[in-house]
Structure formats: structure tokens, C-alpha cells
Design a protein around this ligand. Structure first.
Ligand code: AHR
Length: 332
């Protein structure tokens, strides 16, 4: 795929030339590489704002664009794939230079990404992957290793309960999202090594606090009092809802019921500092700024980036929680 380097009003005629002349235009783009970052217009199709983490990703996308002189066209899809497909088509019609897509679900993207490719507009996937036989439909994906996130959480729990028999409930993320199957797979892989760990219930909390609370209330009603040893949530926001439900059931979260979740949002660090939570696996929210730097480098040297750019997944526990809370509370 080639990066457009020409003034917008002449884009259409160039686009017809686009594919055939990609290599030739590459020279032009290189010619424009005077370190000038201005003029890059990027469309970002964001899933919505279901969690503190997603709000932080959006905030850093805006800040990162400003810092690099990039014009950002932002679209909030309210959790709906059809809105994202509409947004991508609108970005193509506007002739943007590149598109960032955080795909709410993993399937159903080939057609619209084919249109972006035909229009010579590179697409970078953020924080979630897509299922496609044709990886050339996107330039690269900036995501964490979402299977490893589950493994880290499962290994932590196995280490924490030290052979004690432990019945676990799981609050999954949005059904159909790539990372949900992965975070589940990694966790199950890790606990399979410990015969004392039993995953007894699982349900989607749609990555929101309200739904996380509701699901945990259901688990507490369905299970005999004191029979739940731990809860694993695919994100911190659902866990914060679950912690509320545990407290309202008269139990002590972090003690009576262990907690492990994913994201690293400030409120989970506060909960850990207060003794109400035990562990979180951080998901780095600065995925858009990483994507901008990939696009700017690609614009410069036209060397395609690796198909996957992995972000770190670090485990945090209460010992550093107060300091981490102080460090992050203004970011989200
Ligand atoms: O895709 C990343 C996930 O989406 C985050 O873990 C979660 O908070 C968000 O909803």
C-alpha cells in the first residue's frame, strides 16, 4: 500500500493513477520528506467509550495528533460495527491519508477494508485484531498479546492460591471481539496447570462497570455463600462493578473473593490501594500515537512495518498501587 502525499483537491485523479504509480509516487513522498509532519489527515473509527481504558485511548489519540501536527477526524461508533463501516467509508470519501480502526468485533471487515485499499489509504488496526484471510487489507495492527494477558492473570491466580482449592467466576468482554476469546484462552491455559483451580461460571459483561456489577450479582446469587474464591474480569471497569456487587453482598473483595483483571485504569489501582482488589494486567493506552509514528515513518521510507506491533502487558499488584494511582489519575 502507498501513502498519499499530494494535495487533497487533486486526490481523485491521482487515485485513479494510485496503484499503478505507487512506486513512482513513493519517490514523490520521499521527496516530501522534509521532516514536515503537517498535512497528514487521519480518520479514527473508535468503538465508543465503554471503559476508562477506551476513554484514555481516545484522549491520547487526540493529544498525539496535536503533538504531531496531524489532523484527526474522529468517529465514535457507539459499539456498533455498522457505524464503524460507515465511518471508514466516509473517511475514504473525504480522501484522508490514513485510517485507524479499533474493530469492535473480529469478522466482517474485508469489504470495507478492500475499498480503503483500492483508494490507496493505509489502515492500521488498534487494540483488537480482525479475522481475515487477507492480511494485506491492513498495514499493521498495534495491539497487546491478548492471549498472554490471560496467561499472566491465570499464572498470578495459581501463584496466589498456592494449591488451595479455588472456584473461579469469569466476566468476559464484548461477545465477538477478538481479544475476548484470547483473554479466555490464555487464562484457561494457565489455570489448566493447577488442578485446584476450577472455572465454574462465565458470562459477558460487555466491558462496562454496570454490566460487570450485574453479572457478579447473578454469580453471587447462583453460587452458595462463600463458594466463590476468585473473579477474573476481562477488563478493570467490569471488575470495579463486580467489587461493588461483592461489597453489597456483605463480602470483602480482595480478601473473601480474590480479583484479577486487565487494563490498568486508575480506579483499579485505587481499589488495590484500598485492599479491595489484588491484581491487574496493564494494557498500554497509547496505541494511536504509536500508529502515528508508524505512519510517519512509512510516509518517509515506504518500508512496510511489521504486520503486528506488540504493546507491553505488565502485571501490577497492591505494593505499587498508590503510586500508580497518583501517576495515572489525571491521564484517564
Ligand atoms: O480492546 C481493548 C479493550 O476494550 C479493553 O481492555 C477494554 O477496557 C475495552 O473495552
Amino acid at each position: 500500500m502507498d501513502m498519499k502525499t499530494l494535495p487533497r483537491h487533486r486526490t481523485l485523479s491521482r487515485r485513479i493513477l494510485g496503484i499503478g504509480a505507487a512506486v513512482f509516487l513513493g519517490g514523490l513522498a520521499a521527496g516530501c520528506d522534509s521532516g514536515d509532519k503537517k498535512g497528514l489527515t487521519v480518520g479514527f473509527s473508535q468503538i465508543g467509550s465503554e471503559s476508562g481504558w477506551r476513554a484514555a485511548e481516545t484522549k491520547l489519540a487526540r493529544q498525539g495528533a496535536e503533538q504531531r501536527g496531524i489532523t484527526l477526524k474522529f468517529s465514535d461508533a457507539q459499539q456498533r460495527q455498522e457505524n464503524q463501516i460507515k465511518a471508514v467509508r466516509s473517511f475514504i470519501a473525504q480522501g484522508v491519508d490514513a485510517i485507524l480502526l479499533a474493530p469492535v468485533v473480529s469478522s466482517g471487515w474485508d469489504e470495507v477494508l478492500g475499498e480503503a485499499k483500492a483508494a490507496n489509504i493505509p489502515v492500521i488496526l488498534l487494540d483488537r485484531q480482525i479475522d481475515t484471510p487477507n492480511v494485506d487489507l491492513y498495514l499493521t495492527a498495534v495491539t497487546s498479546d491478548t492471549i498472554e494477558e490471560g496467561r499472566v492473570a491465570g499464572r498470578w491466580l495459581a501463584g496466589k492460591v498456592q494449591g488451595r482449592d479455588c472456584r473461579i467466576v469469569e466476566i468476559q468482554g464484548t461477545v465477538g471481539a477478538s481479544l475476548v476469546a484470547n483473554r479466555k484462552k490464555g487464562f484457561e491455559e494457565a489455570i489448566a496447570t493447577a488442578p485446584n483451580l476450577h472455572l465454574v461460571r462465565t458470562q459477558s459483561g460487555e466491558f462496562t462497570r454496570a454490566k460487570g456489577k450485574e453479572v457478579m450479582e447473578g454469580f453471587l446469587k447462583a453460587e452458595a455463600p462463600g463458594s466463590i474464591c476468585a473473579v477474573y474480569a476481562h477488563n478493570d471497569d467490569m471488575m470495579i462493578g463486580a467489587i461493588q456487587a461483592i461489597k453489597e453482598a456483605g463480602l470483602k473483595p480482595g480478601t473473601d473473593i480474590l480479583t484479577v483483571s486487565i487494563d490498568g485504569v486508575p480506579d483499579i489501582f485505587k481499589a488495590m490501594a484500598d485492599g479491595d482488589a489484588n491484581a491487574t494486567v496493564e494494557l498500554a493506552p497509547d496505541m494511536a500515537p504509536r500508529a502515528y509514528d508508524i505512519l510517519l515513518a512509512y510516509r518517509k521510507d515506504h518500508a512496510p512495518p511489521p504486520k503486528w506491533v506488540q504493546t507491553p502487558s505488565k502485571l501490577y499488584e497492591p505494593d505499587t498501587a498508590a503510586a500508580e494511582y497518583a501517576r495515572r489519575k489525571d491521564l484517564y
